[in-house]
Design a protein around this ligand. Structure first.
Ligand SMILES: [Zn+2]
Ligand SMILES: [Zn+2]
Length: 276
């Protein structure tokens, strides 16, 4: 089994590509081409074109959660690939907000209506449970928070009857590949915690070894204690490739690069990885 992951959109970019806050990765495995997230606006389709990647032939779209930096490119993608199944959680249209410091809250949820996206060919499969794409490729469904030290950021909200309530990010999910060489987990933002996400992958597949985790780890505002515990748990899982993106942040990235020397890479726009 060979897995190819191409990062189409990320906060930073390799030479010649556009960078944009958000994430989008094309995962090619088991004869299927799965687009995980779509970036914030048009960088994913722009960079795909530069790399000669034909988005009109993708087989599935998986949305890791409803935030605009993962769903905002969906309209542009659908303009190139109509009639495609889009897998996500029913809460992806929850009215999501972010609050930076003392500023007023900002809407950061899905920027398009379901009707518009369906008119462009999206066939939504929105469920709380895992979805199998092939025998060995599946989504996590809802991710239980078991690690005890990973928390959802306290500046993320949903608006209920005009009142901001903490967003539990029930819609946060990841893609699991149960490969011959261990689990490979493709992360969106990992709002519910990278370790919780990997536990979910282990529990669903009943496999222990995590070969690779690639994507957003949401450690950019994590405490030193949380980063240290995350590193210890990743080492216990036997991780051999760690490609971090997006919401990992400079500080955590530097520490992970040191601790996982030879296994770590910055997974930014234009990066292509072949596993194993
Ligand atoms: Zn997010
Ligand atoms: Zn994000």
């Amino acid at each position: 089994m060979e897995i190819r992951i191409t990062t189409l959109s990320e906060n930073t970019a390799n030479y010649g590509f556009l960078a944009e806050w958000g994430l989008s990765m094309l995962v090619e495995v088991d004869g299927v081409r799965i687009l995980v997230d779509t970036g914030l606006s048009f960088s994913a389709v722009h960079n795909a074109q530069l790399m000669g990647i034909d988005l009109s032939t993708i087989d599935r779209i998986v949305l890791s959660h409803g935030h605009a930096d993962h769903t905002g490119g969906l309209r542009e993608v659908l303009r190139r690939r109509s009639e495609v199944e889009v897998i996500g959680h029913p809460d992806i249209w929850a009215p999501k907000y972010v609050q930076h410091d003392r500023e007023a809250e900002q809407y950061n949820g899905m920027p398009f209506s379901r009707e518009l996206l369906e008119s462009l060919g999206a066939r939504f499969n929105l469920v709380r449970e895992p979805v199998h794409i092939t025998n060995r490729v599946m989504t996590t469904g809802e991710i239980p928070m078991l690690s005890g030290y990973e928390e959802i950021e306290n500046n993320l909200f949903v608006k209920e009857e005009g009142v901001l309530q903490p967003d539990k990010l029930a819609d946060d999910l990841a893609l699991i590949i149960d490969s011959d060489f261990g689990l490979v987990v493709i992360l969106g933002c990992a709002h519910r915690g990278i370790v919780n996400t990997l536990y979910r992958a282990q529990n669903l597949t009943r496999k222990e070894l995590v070969y690779a985790a690639i994507g957003g780890t949401h450690l950019f505002r994590a405490s030193k204690e949380r980063i240290d515990k995350t590193i210890a748990d990743l080492k216990k899982m036997g991780i051999q490739r760690l490609g971090v993106s997006h919401c990992t942040g400079f500080h955590a990235s530097a520490q992970l690069a040191r601790e996982f020397e030879g296994m770590f890479f910055l997974n930014n726009a234009g990066t292509q990885s072949t596993l194993p």
